[in-house]
Design a protein around this ligand. Structure first.
Ligand SMILES: C[S@@+](CC[C@H](N)C(=O)[O-])C[C@H]1O[C@@H](n2cnc3c(N)ncnc32)[C@H](O)[C@@H]1O
Length: 262
């Protein structure tokens, strides 16, 4: 009925006044009472997907580079660096920059990188790693990527790797990309293709189970972009144990898309 793991459900039982009784070793519920309890809730008392993402990524910031390696590799960086989209005099925004996987990799190719992330701990990791690598042209902003404190038409390129599937209404993020980009500016997006791996909701706090080409393209076209490129990069298999079934943790495909603000 709740479509969450047993662990999450037990946590809910401890934290909320769920209509339930434990008889002996077993929890007992009335379906009717649960429906009434659900419908009596007030959504404003509950955290949004933004604060969920912030809490989760604040918690895992120190281990993010290790966690990330099971899901995607340097292919995305190589694709961006060889795309011909980057020019020296550009201002590049990396939305949902995390510890700077992309931002640090492209910093030597453009004048200025602005890394935006909702998690202060992720941004601290990015700053630490950039300093260790001697990178000096990354500015950082702790902000919701759907409401960025940057002027309209002020940047040349927006990149977002594995950011969009954390956004409840992705079109709000796409609209924001369009607002801050100069006319003729580009978006370089990398994200997961549609998958059936429910584990990622729990393990990585993903909101969307990847995207189809059509749904992403529709959002961009609605927000005034022209799609220039879409490529599926294939699945990340390297960490997969032999014998693991399709749909297990590593079985996710990545796509890249480039679009121009008209
Ligand atoms: C899967 S990680 C990807 C990080 C980085 N781009 C990378 O490739 O390693 C997603 C990042 O998006 C950030 N994020 C999630 N929701 C966000 C939001 N609404 N606004 C800004 N950043 C957000 C998270 O804090 C996290 O750092």
């Amino acid at each position: 009925m709740f479509n969450v793991s047993i662990k999450t459900f037990i946590k809910l039982l401890k934290e909320e006044k769920v209509p339930a009784r434990k008889i002996g070793m077993e929890w007992r519920f009335s379906r009717q009472a649960l429906i009434q309890w659900l419908s009596a809730g007030d959504s404003q008392q509950y955290s949004s997907s933004e604060s969920d993402a912030r809490e989760f990524f604040d918690r895992v910031a120190g281990e993010w580079s290790k966690m990330r390696s099971g899901y995607y590799d340097d292919n995305v960086i190589n694709e961006l660096l060889s795309s011909g989209l980057l020019k020296r005099d550009m201002v590049l925004v990396d939305l949902g920059a995390g510890d700077g996987y992309l931002a640090r990799a492209v910093a030597s190719s453009v004048d200025t990188v602005i890394a935006v992330d909702i998690s202060g701990a992720m941004i601290n990791e990015l700053r630490k790693k950039a300093a260790e690598e001697g990178i000096r042209n990354i500015q950082t902003i702790v902000s919701d990527g759907c409401d960025v404190p940057l002027e309209d038409s002020s940047v040349d390129i927006v990149c977002a790797n594995m950011f969009l599937h954390h956004i409840e209404e992705p079109i709000t993020a796409v609209r924001e990309m369009g607002r801050i980009l100069k006319p003729g500016g580009r978006v370089f997006l990398a994200d997961l293709t549609k998958h059936g791996n429910q584990e990622l909701k729990e393990a990585m706090h993903d909101v969307w189970p990847g995207f189809s080409e059509k749904e992403v393209a529709d959002w961009f076209v609605k927000c005034g972009f022209r799609i220039e490129r879409y490529d599926a990069l294939g699945r990340k298999e390297s960490g997969r144990k032999s014998g693991a079934k399709a749909g297990t943790k590593k079985d996710t495909g990545v796509f890249i898309m480039a679009a121009m603000k008209q």
